[in-house]
Design a protein around this ligand. Structure first.
Ligand SMILES: [Mn+2]
Length: 432
């Protein structure tokens, strides 16, 4: 016997994936855990008869030969499957969009899409299986719920393609909005109350801001709405929420601002996210919330004298080339170093430009390989002083779309700061 199951506290993505998998494994019995979340309960109250679902209690586990697990691959998130754990003959197939899990099998279909159902829908489309409008509706609900209507940063293009395919299969958007509407539920309310209780205000440059740090177990929907309410209640110019999902070891950072001077989109882009001036977010992997708070405060106050100086994390020594050397020599040096570009200096060692592989495209004839570097180098060089902060460097990289910035001390190059140096700082943080 083949069974399919999913995680406890099942949500729409879990049920959608369960049903979608039953189309791919038509002989399998879909087993829904006993506990399902509130939205799903409301949906099942009306639609249950449309789906042939089993409870863990209906299953004779001795007869199970194959277990298909969807939307999780952690044993402790399954309901009533304990007896299968020690069955060494059991074949296990996983379909999941979570990166972490302890279910071991060679048959894994794991990709960090916005929703698990995306992966299954893709396969259904590939195998040209028929789906009914009600199935398409359920699948789309799973997709919308897990991607926050395609707004979460985790959403991938294939999630949107899957949504398009489901709409073609006549997914019903009216039903969808009815059941997905309960955006502000108990979980959100609890978080909001906790945030208000812990609320701290800070004055920076004449503006009031508040940063709330919270731990959540698993992903919570609609945190952006919670943060919006929080900003209004606490009544600050800008509010930030740093939500650490302890299960997935990720931090969701959300910001809302009502003043021009604090540009949330800019701030979030500095830490790898995005947004517009009034609202934005970033999803960071394995970062300490205190560090994020520190970075945000530093960015807001525009403090040039960050505790970590560029000189602490820049790369050095820097290979440079004299402006009078031949292009040919520069090309050879770059190839040797495996770099895309290097600073060009004059006799005094002062930086006068940058030569990069991109500049070689300007060469017309091969004899131009003997021209001096200064003839083809880029003269507008963005540099940064060694006593500036890494955040300032990151801002320059974003503003000018460049991956490396020479670091200067009294007009001399003392190092180079690269995008990967900046990333190391933001994600793994400061070297001791
Ligand atoms: Mn999911």
């Amino acid at each position: 016997m083949i069974i399919i199951t999913t995680h406890k506290e099942s949500d729409f993505d879990a049920l959608a994936s369960l049903i979608a998998a039953s189309l791919l494994y038509p002989d399998a019995k879909p087993v829904l855990p006993m506990s399902v979340n509130a939205n799903l309960k409301a949906f099942l109250a009306i639609h249950k008869d449309l789906f042939k679902l089993y409870s863990p209690k209906d299953i004779i586990f001795d007869h199970v030969t194959t277990l298909v697990v969807v939307d999780t691959h952690s044993w402790n998130r399954l309901d009533g499957m304990e007896q299968l754990k020690d069955n060494l003959d059991l074949e296990i197939i996983v379909w999941d969009h979570h990166s972490e899990g302890d279910i071991v099998t060679p048959h894994k279909h794991i990709r960090e899409t916005g929703a698990t159902v995306t992966l299954l829908v893709k396969e259904i489309e590939k195998q040209k299986k028929e789906i009914t409008p009600i199935q398409a509706t359920l699948f789309l609900m799973g997709l919308y719920e897990d991607t926050g209507n395609m707004s979460f940063p985790s959403t991938l293009p294939e999630d949107a393609y899957a949504a398009g395919f489901l709409l073609e299969q006549k997914a019903d958007l009216h039903i969808l909005s009815t059941f997905l509407r309960q955006a502000y539920g108990k979980k959100q309310k609890d978080i909001l109350f906790q945030m208000i209780q812990d609320a701290k205000r800070k004055e920076i440059g004449g503006f009031s801001i508040s940063i709330a740090k919270m731990e959540t177990a698993g992903r919570i929907q609609n945190l952006a709405m919670v943060l919006q309410m929080y900003r209004e209640i606490v009544n600050v110019d800008a509010a930030f929420g740093i939500f650490k999902d302890i299960e997935r070891n990720k931090c969701m950072v959300i910001g809302r601002s009502s003043i021009d001077e604090i540009n949330i989109g800019l701030l979030m882009r500095s830490i790898g996210g995005g947004g517009h001036p009034g609202a934005g977010s970033a999803l960071l992997k394995a970062v300490n919330p205190d560090t994020i708070e520190e970075i945000l405060l530093e960015l807001i106050s525009g403090n040039q004298h960050s505790s970590v100086m560029l000189s602490d994390i820049m790369s050095y020594p820097v290979v440079t080339i004299n402006e009078d050397r031949k292009i040919k020599t520069a090309a050879m040096k770059l190839r040797e170093l495996g770099c895309t570009g290097m600073p060009v200096v004059d006799k005094e060692g002062k930086i006068v430009g940058v030569i990069s592989r991109r500049d070689f495209k300007k060469l017309r004839k091969s004899k131009e390989m003997n021209s001096p570097v200064k003839a083809f180098m880029t003269r507008n060089v963005i540099t940064i002083s060694y006593d500036k902060s890494i955040i300032e460097a990151a801002r320059l990289m974003i503003k000018h779309d460049i991956g490396r910035i020479p670091v200067l001390k009294k007009n001399k190059i003392v190092g180079i700061i690269t995008r990967s140096d900046a990333m190391t700082y933001f994600y793994d943080l400061v070297p001791d």
